[in-house]
Design a protein. Structure first.
Length: 224
């Protein structure tokens, strides 16, 4: 009788021990892009600590699986930082901060994943405009974005119903375009945000504004 009572008491504990542990989600390009975007505070902190005069910091990250169980803690995380103007101390600080933050992220890494983002460092002087720069024109910016509609749509994938993505784009004083935010439809591909960042960051206009300008651009999603 005593043995039966003991087995009855142990049964719930045994069942709990055999219950499967919740699976850690896999890292994909969209998730990695969001993790990198969340490092704005780290970039600003590094700029203050190093007293850097740089106004931009481009962060490129590549994460590859490490030994089993292949989590972010054991992953091979490669971070490259390029600032403008170049500042080695700032780049080293940002690289360490991004790497440390990614190691703590609760993801599994089944395959290599990459992401890139350019951070604007608030309160830092931007480079002077060329003396003979063209006048800024919002129409030129919209024509430039429209010229890459096909590439932007490929980033979004296809949806069954007509939908659109809303992109908030910044035009820097240098004329370079930067994607600040992307509101995506539910059917967008997981890596859409990273892909959109890549396409937009390669664009530049001749008419650079006297200050940073933001605008909203709509991209229609291709129907199946």
């Amino acid at each position: 009788m005593r043995l039966l009572c003991l087995l009855a008491l142990l049964a719930p504990a045994t069942a709990a021990a055999q219950r499967p542990v919740d699976r850690v989600p896999d890292l994909h390009s969209g998730a990695l892009s969001q993790l990198v975007l969340a490092q704005q505070h780290a970039v600003s902190r590094c700029a203050r600590e190093t007293d850097s005069g740089a106004h931009l910091a481009e962060v490129r990250v590549r994460v590859r699986p490490g030994p089993p169980p292949a989590t972010m803690y054991d992953a091979r995380i490669h971070v490259v930082v390029r600032s403008r103007h170049r500042d080695g101390a700032l780049e080293a600080c940002v690289g360490r901060a991004v790497r440390d933050a990614l190691r703590r992220a609760p993801y599994a890494v089944p395959r290599p994943v990459s992401a890139r983002h350019t951070f604007r460092i608030e309160g830092r002087p931007e480079p002077p405009l060329p003396r003979h720069a063209a006048a800024y024109s919002e129409a030129e910016v919209r024509r430039t974005l429209a010229s890459r509609t096909g590439a932007l749509q490929r980033c979004l994938g296809a949806a069954g119903l007509p939908e659109s993505a809303t992109l908030r784009v910044a035009v820097e004083r240098t004329g370079q375009l930067t994607l600040i935010r992307a509101d995506l439809p539910s059917g967008a591909d997981p890596g859409a945000t990273t892909c959109l960042h890549r396409v937009v960051s390669r664009l530049r206009v001749q008419g650079a504004p006297g200050r940073r300008v933001t605008l909203v651009h709509q991209v229609a999603v291709r129907s199946r």
